[in-house]
Design a protein around this ligand. Structure first.
Ligand code: SF4
Length: 310
C-alpha cells in the first residue's frame, strides 16, 4: 500500500493549507528550511477547493507539514479566533461534488479527539491516516523531541480503530537513531506487531545539517542500521500482505487513475492501489467503479470489474 498518492491529476488534487513547522524534531531540517508554521486563510482554501471541484476534481488531499496544528499559530478565519483543523475539514467536506477528502501529514501529539471524531462524522473523509511514529521506544522518542509516548500514540490508534474499524494506518519509521539500543529497536518491532500498519516508509537515520541529532553521541554503524532496517521492512512486508489479504473477495469502489490498453489502476478509499486487467475503455480516469478483489500483494491489490453495476 502506498502511504499517499504520489501523483496529482485534475480529478485528484493536493491543496496546501499550511507551511513550515514549529516542532523541531531533533533529526529534521524542516523548521530551518521552511521556517515557522503559517496557516492559509480558511476562506482562500475553501474558495480554491470550490473552484477545483467545479472544474472536475473529485478528490482533495489537504497538505501540510503538520495539518493537525492548522490555525493554532495564526488566525485563519475572519470571525472565529479558534478555527481549527477539524473546522476546516468539516467545511471542506460539505463542498458539493467532493467525493473523497484526505489529509497529510499528522503529528500524533496534535491528533485531537475532535479530529478523530471527524472520521465517524464526515462521510467523504476517507478512512486512511498517515501517522508517523518514528520509533517504538519512549527513550528514543524523547531524544527525537517527538513530545508523545508510545502509550499516548497507542491510545490515539485505539480510538481511531474504534471510531473507524476499517481505517488503514500507515507510518514513518527511522531506524538506528543515535543511541538506539537493540532493546529500543525491539520496541519498534513490538509496536509494528501491535498496530499492524497497512504500510510504512522506513529509513536509516542519517545526519542532517544544522539538526541537533547530528551532534548526538551513540551513532550506529551503517551495517547495524542496515541490518535493523532489513528486519523491520521484512516484517512490515509480511504484515502488509496479511492486511491486504483481508480485502480478498470483497467489492471495493476505486477512483480510476489510469486506464490504457486494457490495464487500469485506481485507488480505494483506504488509498490501496488496485490493478485491473481487461478493463473496459469507457471507464475514464477520474471515474469511480466497483471491483472485486481477486489477488493481494504486499504493495497493491488486483481486482476484476464487479458485475451488476449500474
Ligand atoms: S519531522 Fe515533521 S513534525 Fe518534526 S520537525 Fe520535521 S516536519 Fe516538523
Amino acid at each position: 500500500m502506498q502511504a499517499s498518492s504520489s501523483q496529482e491529476f485534475q480529478f485528484s488534487r493536493f491543496v496546501t493549507i499550511m507551511q513550515g513547522c514549529n516542532n523541531f524534531c531533533t533529526y529534521c531540517v524542516v523548521p530551518y528550511t521552511r521556517g515557522r508554521e503559517v496557516s492559509r486563510k480558511a476562506t482562500d482554501i475553501i474558495s480554491e477547493i470550490k473552484t477545483l471541484v467545479k472544474a472536475g476534481t473529485v478528490e482533495i488531499t489537504l497538505l501540510g507539514q503538520n495539518v493537525n496544528s492548522y490555525g493554532t499559530t495564526n488566525q485563519v478565519a475572519d470571525l472565529s479566533l479558534h478555527y481549527s483543523f477539524p473546522d476546516l475539514l468539516t467545511e471542506v467536506s460539505t463542498i458539493d461534488g467532493l467525493q473523497r477528502l484526505r489529509f497529510t501529514t499528522s503529528h500524533p501529539k496534535d491528533l485531537s479527539d475532535r479530529l478523530i471524531d471527524c472520521f465517524a462524522q464526515l462521510p467523504n473523509l476517507c478512512p486512511q491516516i498517515h501517522l508517523p511514529v518514528q520509533s517504538g521506544s519512549d527513550r528514543i522518542l524523547k531524544r527525537m523531541n517527538r513530545k508523545y509516548t508510545i502509550d499516548d500514540y497507542l491510545e490515539r490508534v485505539d480510538r481511531l480503530k474504534t471510531i473507524r474499524p476499517d481505517i488503514a494506518i500507515t507510518t514513518d519509521i527511522i531506524v538506528g537513531f543515535p543511541g538506539e539500543t537493540e532493546e529500543d529497536f525491539q520496541q519498534t518491532m513490538n509496536l509494528l506487531e501491535t498496530v499492524r500498519y497497512h504500510g510504512s516508509f522506513s529509513f536509516k537515520y542519517s545526519d542532517r545539517p544544522e539538526t541537533s541529532a547530528a551532534g548526538f553521541d551513540g551513532k550506529l554503524s551503517e551495517k547495524e542500521k542496515g541490518g535493523r532496517l532489513q528486519l523491520f521492512q521484512k516484517r512490515q512486508d509480511q504484515i502488509s500482505l496479511e492486511r491486504n489479504r483481508e480485502y480478498l473477495e470483497s467489492t471495493l469502489a476505486i477512483l480510476v487513475e489510469i486506464n490504457a490498453e486494457g490495464k487500469m489502476m485506481g485507488r480505494t478509499v483506504t488509498n490501496h492501489i488496485v490493478h485491473v486487467e481487461q478493463a473496459p475503455a469507457n471507464l475514464l480516469p477520474g471515474s469511480f467503479t466497483e471491483v472485486e478483489i481477486v489477488h493481494a500483494g504486499q504493495h497493491s491489490l488486483k481486482g476484476v470489474i464487479a458485475p451488476f453495476q449500474d
